[in-house]
Design a protein around this ligand. Structure first.
Ligand SMILES: [Mg+2]
Length: 360
C-alpha cells in the first residue's frame, strides 16, 4: 500500500477519452449493443420497437448526498442501483426493458477507476436483462455527482399491449407483494448506525465490513433486484394493477388508492417481514416494513382467481410465491383510505406517509 500516485480523475482525463473508457467498461462485462440497437456514437439512440407492442419510458435521477452516500456506497453497487431503480419501474408496468441512456453530472474530481466500476455494475445488470446502454451525456456539475437515467421498454410480445397501471385496483381485490419488506430500510439503518457517514472514502470494501448477519439487509439496500420476470408473470395471469415499492408500502399504496379511487386494509400479521429482521429490530420492524422505502418489490392488486393462477405459474417458474398482505376496499367517505389491522384485531387509520422529496 505504498503506492502514493494520485488516482486519475475525470478532470485529468477529459470528456472524450472518458466516453471511450466507459464504453470499454460496458463491453468488458458483456453489455454489448443488440443488433437492432447500434449503441453509443450517434447524435441520438436508434431503436426499433417490436411490432404490436406499446412503449414505456421512465426516468430517475440519483444525486450524491440525497439518494446515495459515496461514504458507504461502492461504485459498482451505485451503477447497479442507478439502473435497477429504473428497471424496477419498467417491471412495475409489466414491461420488458430494452434500452437505457445515462447522463452523468460530474464534478471532475471523480476517480476514473470509480466511474469504470460504476459502468461495470450498470453493464452487468443491463446484460442480464438484455438492456442496451444506447448513449447519454456528460455534463459538468459544480457541486455534486448526479446520475440521470432514462429507460425505454415495451410490453411483452405475448401481452397484446397489456401493461400494469395504478388505476386498476377494484374493491374485493387482494393485495400482495412480490417479496419481503423492510430489508433495504434495515440496511440503511445499520449503515447510519455504524457511523459510516463519518468516514470519507470511496473504497467499495467498506460495504463489506458489516458482512455477516447484516449482509442480506445491505445487499437489499445496495443491490435491489428489479422484478422483471415477476411483472411479466403478473400480466400473463391477467393482473392489471401494480406499482413498485420505492417510497414505502403505506406511501405507495396510498398512490394506488388515489389513482384507483379505493381504500385498502393491510394485515400486520401477514406482512412478509423475515423473522431475523423482526428479532434484530423489535421496536422498528413494522416502521421499516411499511414506511422504510426502497424495497423495489412489486405491490399488486388482483382478484383471488388471478392470485391462484399466479401461485401455480410462479411455482412452475421457480419464482417466490406472492405474499398476501391485505384487501382492497371501497374508498371510505371520510378519513384515511388505508387501515392497518393489528395482530390483536384492532384497526388503525394510516395517515399520509409517502416520502416527499421536498418535505422529507
Ligand atoms: Mg415506481
Amino acid at each position: 500500500m505504498n503506492d502514493e500516485r494520485p488516482a486519475q480523475t475525470v478532470a485529468t482525463l477529459g470528456e472524450f477519452a472518458l466516453i471511450d473508457r466507459l464504453a470499454g467498461a460496458l463491453a468488458e462485462v458483456g453489455a454489448a449493443a443488440a443488433p437492432d440497437l447500434p449503441g453509443i456514437g450517434d447524435d441520438a439512440a436508434i431503436w426499433t420497437p417490436t411490432p404490436g407492442t406499446r412503449a414505456v419510458v421512465t426516468t430517475d435521477s440519483l444525486i450524491a448526498g440525497i439518494h446515495f452516500q459515496l461514504d458507504w456506497t461502492g461504485w459498482r453497487d451505485l451503477g447497479h442501483k442507478a439502473l435497477a431503480v429504473n428497471l424496477s419501474d419498467v417491471a412495475a408496468m409489466g414491461a420488458r426493458p430494452r434500452l437505457a441512456t445515462v447522463s452523468l453530472a460530474l464534478t471532475g474530481g471523480e476517480p476514473l477507476d470509480g466511474l469504470l466500476e460504476l459502468y461495470r455494475g450498470l453493464g452487468l445488470l443491463a446484460a442480464r436483462h438484455g438492456v442496451t446502454v444506447a448513449g447519454g451525456d456528460i455534463v459538468a456539475s459544480p457541486e455534486r455527482l448526479g446520475l440521470h437515467l432514462t429507460v425505454i421498454g415495451e410490453s411483452w410480445p405475448e401481452a397484446d399491449g397489456r401493461l400494469l397501471t395504478r388505476d386498476a385496483a377494484r374493491p374485493g381485490d387482494l393485495l400482495a407483494t412480490s417479496g419481503p419488506l423492510g430489508l433495504s430500510a434495515a440496511g440503511l439503518k445499520l449503515l447510519i448506525e455504524s457511523g459510516r457517514v463519518a468516514h470519507s472514502s470511496h473504497d467499495s470494501r467498506l460495504i463489506y465490513t458489516l458482512q455477516g448477519t447484516t449482509h442480506d439487509y445491505l445487499a437489499a439496500h445496495h443491490r435491489p433486484e428489479p422484478r422483471i420476470a415477476y411483472g411479466r408473470a403478473l400480466v400473463a395471469a391477467g393482473v392489471r394493477a401494480a406499482m413498485d415499492l420505492s417510497d414505502g408500502l403505506f406511501g405507495d399504496l396510498a398512490k394506488i388508492c388515489a389513482r384507483s379511487n379505493v381504500g385498502a386494509r393491510i394485515d400486520e400479521a401477514a406482512l412478509p417481514v423475515p423473522a431475523s429482521l423482526r428479532a434484530r429490530f423489535p421496536a422498528d420492524w413494522l416502521a421499516l416494513a411499511t414506511r422504510g422505502g426502497e424495497d423495489y418489490e412489486l405491490l399488486f392488486a388482483a382478484p383471488r382467481v388471478a392470485l391462484d393462477q399466479l401461485r401455480a405459474r410462479y411455482a412452475a417458474q421457480g419464482l417466490p410465491a406472492p405474499a398476501l398482505i391485505g384487501e382492497v376496499l371501497p374508498m371510505p367517505t371520510d378519513g384515511s383510505p388505508i387501515t392497518l389491522r393489528h395482530t390483536d384485531g384492532s384497526e388503525e387509520a394510516i395517515g399520509g406517509g409517502a416520502f416527499d422529496h421536498f418535505r422529507g
